[in-house]
Design a binder for this molecule. Structure first.
Ligand code: ADQ
Length: 471
């Protein structure tokens, strides 16, 4: 029986998993033999080539340490100051330092060197995200013949943005060493195919006429999802009820508009605040009876562009407060901290509007979670960016262009004025889509495509569960 080896930049930590993704992949590993491999989170003087195994709440995890210099070049440097902004079409926010690529490559080599001795010939390897694009190449260089799959959690860039990335030719060649590449949306597969079919020559490429052979790599959209039923349960849990009670006391009869995001420039937070400001400016009747709650804990705050986004938001929230607040009414609350899933589920359930307006996003799981947490008898309205992968899954949301803040303000008005019957109809369609694209099926469908033998195991698991339930 094949084992499954999951590889990601970080491995899950102790305690309850923060997101549906970690929970789903844990479930995969509890149904199959295998382990999770990644960086330990520790920085050391000398790079470790021998991974240390740990049992983390029943999950087998193999981890390596990195040096501070390598980690900086690989993570904050190449991954998050070049690949992240370019893949999100924010070339204006990319910083290019040549030596970062060497660190990125070195860390991928270190991952491969440490992982290779742990692999058995029929292990199936599933690599996650942009930090680890070269991993299959590096493993193959060391002789790995295993089936290796790659899942890109963020959008795939247009060809022009890709050309702006140093060593993009090498990275694309690296991608051609995977057997299967999973993308979030059809949009991403189309961008990838566009590059693969029209590879542009470059003066600086080592071999400008050599094209990359993708004939052995399958590229398909596997849209990720959440566990909507878990969010339904969580939304009536004691912690959710406590949060709802607290918020109801504070809001009295104001309707809640909710944004929940990591603080990241791709999430369109300044544009969102501007759209809300326009809603209040254009519609006097909403003042005093709506409230925007934006939850946005800082992330990657060692990177300058993230600090600047944080400063911009502080200033904008202050401006809206100064313009509209009254002694007994605040138009918005901006909270810079993370909440546990039960409290988040409570907030989602209470919110009349889920405002999810990234400028560009691989999928956006907050949109899925919001849908999962709604009360079917009185659901809220999802206002969703057309540039999130989720827009392909949720056409019944109010889809907006997040750069056009007039349009988002108008969508907010429509959402607040929407009659119950229309809210229910739209939500039922959203719910059907969220359950169809749940995270467990996502993981299984990727693995089945990567290694058809796994299908049998999945069937065995289902049969075992069935037998257990009838026994
Ligand atoms: P992210 O960019 O992190 O993920 P998203 O898909 O929205 O974006 O996932 C965020 C997760 O973090 C959600 O599960 C959400 O509940 C949680 N979260 C956000 N703010 C929180 C807060 N204040 N407190 C607690 N939890 C919070 C990347 C890609 C996405 C892609 C995912 C999964 O950028 O496009 O959907 O991976 O593939």
């Amino acid at each position: 029986m094949s084992r499954i080896v999951i590889v990601s930049n970080r491995t899950p930590g102790k305690g309850p998993a923060a997101g549906g993704l970690a929970v789903a992949l844990r479930k995969v590993l509890s149904n199959h033999e295998g382990f999770w491999f990644g960086w330990s989170g520790k920085l050391t003087e000398t790079p470790s080539s021998k991974p240390h195994f740990e049992d983390i709440d029943g999950l087998k995890v193999a981890q390596i340490d990195l040096t501070a210099d390598d980690h900086r070049a690989y993570y904050a440097g190449f991954s998050n100051s070049i690949l992240w902004p370019s893949f999100h079409l924010r070339l204006d926010l990319a910083t290019i330092e040549g030596y970062w690529y060497e660190g990125y490559r070195r860390v991928n080599q270190q991952f491969a060197k440490a992982l290779m001795p742990l692999l058995k010939p029929d292990d199936v390897v599933w690599v996650h995200d942009y930090h680890l694009i070269p991993l299959a190449s590096e493993l193959r260089r060391l002789g790995a013949k295993n089936r290796i799959g790659f899942y890109l959690h963020i959008p795939f860039p247009t060809a022009d943005a890709l050309y702006a990335i140093p060593h993009h030719g090498d990275l694309m060649r690296d991608l051609s060493r995977y057997d299967l590449i999973g993308m979030q949306a059809n949009r991403d597969v189309a961008a990838f195919t566009d590059f693969a079919e029209h590879q542009a020559p470059s003066t600086f490429a080592t071999a400008s006429t050599e094209t990359i052979d993708f004939s052995k790599t399958e590229v398909t959209a596997f849209p990720i999802g959440s566990d909507p039923e878990a969010f339904t349960r969580l939304s009536t849990s004691p912690a959710a009820k406590k949060m709802i009670h607290r918020m109801r006391r504070a809001l009295t009869d104001q309707r809640l508009i909710l944004g929940v995001d990591r603080l990241d420039y791709s999430k369109g937070l300044p544009q969102r605040i501007e759209a809300y400001e326009k809603l209040l400016a254009n519609n006097q009747r909403f003042r005093r009876n709506v409230h925007l709650l934006q939850v946005a804990p800082p992330s990657r705050d060692s990177i300058k562009e993230y600090q600047e986004t944080s400063d911009t938001l502080d200033a904008m929230a202050g401006r809206v407060m100064g313009r509209f607040a009254e002694p007994d009414w605040a138009p918005l609350t901006y909270v810079k901290r993370a909440y546990g899933q039960p409290s988040l589920a409570g907030l989602y359930r209470l919110a009349r509007v889920g405002l999810v307006t990234p400028l560009r996003d691989g999928m956006n799981l907050v949109a899925h979670e919001y849908v999962g947490a709604q009360d079917p008898e009185d659901p809220g309205v999802l206002v969703l960016s057309r540039f999130a992968g989720a827009a392909e899954i949720f056409p019944e949301a109010l889809l907006v262009n997040p750069f056009d803040t007039d349009e988002t303000a108008e969508a907010l008005r429509m959402a607040l004025d929407m009659p119950l019957e229309e809210r229910k109809q739209r939500w039922q369609a959203l719910w059907a889509a969220a359950t169809k694209h749940n995270v467990d099926d996502w993981a299984l469908s990727f693995l089945k495509r990567l290694s058809p033998g796994i299908e049998d195991q999945a069937q065995v698991d289902k049969d075992t569960i069935y037998m257990a339930s009838v026994a």
